[in-house]
Design a protein around this ligand. Structure first.
Ligand code: C2E
Ligand code: MG
Ligand code: MG
Ligand code: MG
Length: 281
């Protein structure tokens, strides 16, 4: 009986996997069509210098406007794009679009344009042997200097094996800046700092949320700015939503921040003026 039950489970499991594979294939096809139909666009969120709130950089974030479903969150479709492999094509489009836009801003706004543009790169893209070459080609094509591009990676992406690390090293050698996204939430955040050439730590919103309250999160936020300063890296506080958080982060030594308090992601940020100054106590 045990064997039969086990067999039944196996059958059902296989059927479920088949169903999942079908759903995934359909989702992949739909994403490809969306890309071809021009349903994706990028928005840009300011990264500001504290305490003045001057925009020094922007992060490009992808958006999907579905004709029937309306706005679909990247938290929903990026994982599907990764699973289906479509992130490779979508990611190439995002990279090209973001770099071209940064160059256009420099032409239009001169010194007021953001100095850098950040692009999120997923594990799947980084594992492609041709990725460093693609970045080099897009930089040449668009005329963006390597120092002006920041590639945002998550811990899992960098740990995806030897190819990913070789790619990160190649990008870094070329002068492209490497940022670790959602820093502090992974399993081996600190170990990564020994093995991966990193320029920027993006301290996760979860630490920023509670930075004004005495407790573990505030202690960690304090430790992370010290690690960052000690290693000569730049730290960006992610997801800053209130003036109180911004003030406390500045007091702790953070000089770069990003979040709704300073500006939501929009199609065209206003580079001609500062966002919000932080009160210095
Ligand atoms: P992320 O790279 O950590 O991006 C930050 C996310 O936090 C963005 O969500 C941004 O809109 C949101 N955010 C910024 N400030 C605040 C704040 O003050 N409060 C709150 N509640 N949220 C804030 P979004 O645009 O929905 O993107 C979610 C994630 O999807 C990103 O996290 C990134 O992992 C992924 N993603 C977005 N665009 C791309 C892309 O072009 N390529 C890849 N591979 N992944 C992307
Ligand atoms: Mg990011
Ligand atoms: Mg982030
Ligand atoms: Mg985050």
């Amino acid at each position: 009986a045990a064997k039969r039950a086990g067999g039944g489970r196996h059958l059902r499991y296989t059927a479920e996997l088949d169903a999942q594979a079908t759903v995934r294939a359909r989702a992949g096809a739909e994403l490809r069509e969306a890309l071809e139909a021009g349903q994706f666009h990028l928005v840009y969120q300011p990264i500001v210098q504290l305490p003045e709130g001057r925009i020094v950089s922007v992060e490009a974030l992808v958006r999907w406007s579905h004709p029937e479903r309306g706005f679909v969150s990247p938290a929903e479709f990026v994982p599907i794009a990764e699973e289906t492999g479509l992130i490779v094509e979508l990611g190439e489009w995002i990279l090209r679009q973001a770099c071209a836009r940064a160059v256009a801003w420099h032409r239009e706004y001169g010194a007021a344009a953001p100095q850098r543009i950040s692009v999120n790169v997923s594990a799947r893209q980084l594992a492609e042997p041709g990725f460093a070459g693609l970045v080099a080609a897009v930089l040449t094509e668009t005329g963006l200097r390597p120092e002006q591009l920041v590639v945002e990676l998550t811990e899992t992406a960098v740990f995806d094996g030897g190819q990913a690390l070789r790619t990160v090293e190649a990008l870094h050698r070329r002068g492209v800046r490497i940022a670790l996204d959602d820093f502090g939430t992974g399993h081996s955040s600190l170990t990564l700092l020994r093995t991966v050439p990193v320029d920027v730590l993006k301290v996760d919103k979860s630490f920023v949320d509670k930075v004004t309250m005495a407790g573990r999160h505030a202690v960690i936020a304090t430790a992370l700015i010290q690690v960052s300063d000690g290693l000569g890296l730049q730290a960006v506080a992610e997801g800053v939503e209130t003036a109180e958080q911004a003030e406390e982060l500045f007091r702790l030594g953070y000089r770069l921040a990003q979040g709704y308090h300073f500006g939501k992601p929009v199609a065209q940020p206003d580079f001609t003026r500062a966002t919000r100054a932080v009160r210095v106590r």
